[in-house]
Write a protein that binds this ligand. Structure first.
Ligand code: NAD
Length: 266
């Protein structure tokens, strides 16, 4: 059986994890490697990136780790050069870095708001800007970006910087898809809903002021048609499909991985 990403080189940003276990980026990096890709495991936390690399190497996969801050132009430029040095090409860019801080427009500081735009949106601008010339030279490539259901609807708590930046990614993606489609470059957004990852435990539950995972899981049972939170592998499999040639006619669109949450409406 042919591996679905055989011979491809994939860059996965935020491929570590904020805590022990499977984050979206870590699961995606491991799955891409299982399917034959050489994976650039990128994180600002190099120890966490190395933990992901160990998981890949234990399964016989091919990877290298890179320390980079994807909000920093110089760091991103150096990263893409280093990836090319290590692997010679880049076929897939998977923009996974992102995160939320709580607050509405009155209580959130300007600094925090700008920080959210930097982390969730400008980071994707920077990596795309650096990788597009490479993909054009190669006459093809795939750019995937991880959005959020929070960019489509209000989730019951304010996080205005996160919502606005994740919403912007949808149109950012479409812009690239239209301009670069003729050059064989596809670009799509993956939109996770309520996903059970280490991020949930370490960040989201604290933000909501009720560090109670059980409550969040019960909430998902009530609000999500499939009756539970998803996991990092649900997001990773969506990424695998979009990264693979099976999605060769799919560009400029969004794939929701949300158990039907958005379809429910309320
Ligand atoms: N877990 C959910 O419920 C959920 C829901 C919707 C969307 N998402 C999205 O999924 C993505 C993250 O998923 P995850 O599970 O991998 O998260 P995670 O927080 O576990 O991992 C993200 C990794 O990114 C790294 N990172 C943070 N800032 C960075 C920077 N500036 N440069 C380089 N690396 C940086 C962190 O060190 C961490 O290892 C985000 O885009 C998030 O918005 C998550």
């Amino acid at each position: 059986m042919t591996l679905r990403l055989a011979g491809k080189v994939a860059v996965v940003t935020g491929a570590g994890s904020v805590g022990p276990g499977w984050g979206n980026g870590r699961a995606t990096a491991v799955l891409f490697a299982r399917e034959g890709a050489s994976v650039a495991i990128v994180d600002q936390d190099i120890e966490s990136a190395r933990n992901t690399a160990e998981l890949v190497e234990r399964e016989g996969g091919r990877c290298a780790t890179f320390e980079a801050d994807v909000t920093c132009p110089a760091s991103v430029a150096a990263l893409i050069e280093a990836c090319l040095g290590a692997f010679g090409r880049i076929d897939i860019l998977h923009n996974n870095v992102g995160g939320s801080v709580p607050g509405g427009p009155e209580e959130m500081s300007l600094e925090a708001f700008r920080g959210q735009l930097d982390l969730n949106l400008t980071s994707v601008f920077l990596t795309s800007k650096a990788v597009l010339p490479v993909m054009q030279r190669q006459r093809g490539g795939v750019i995937l970006t991880v959005g959020s259901i929070g960019g489509l609807r209000h989730l019951g708590h304010d996080h205005i910087g996160y919502s606005a930046s994740k919403a912007a990614l949808v149109q950012f993606t479409r812009q690239i898809a239209v301009r670069y489609g003729p050059m064989g470059i596809r670009c799509n957004t993956i939109i996770p809903g309520m996903i059970d990852t280490p991020l949930l435990e370490h960040r989201v539950s604290k933000q909501k002021g009720r560090a109670d995972l059980a409550t969040l899981r019960t909430e998902a049972q009530r609000r999500v048609p499939l009756g539970r939170r998803g996991d990092a592998w649900d997001v990773a499999h969506a990424a695998l499909y979009l990264a693979s040639d099976e999605a060769k006619y799919v560009t400029g669109t969004e794939l929701l991985v949300d158990g039907g949450f958005a379809a429910r409406g309320a």
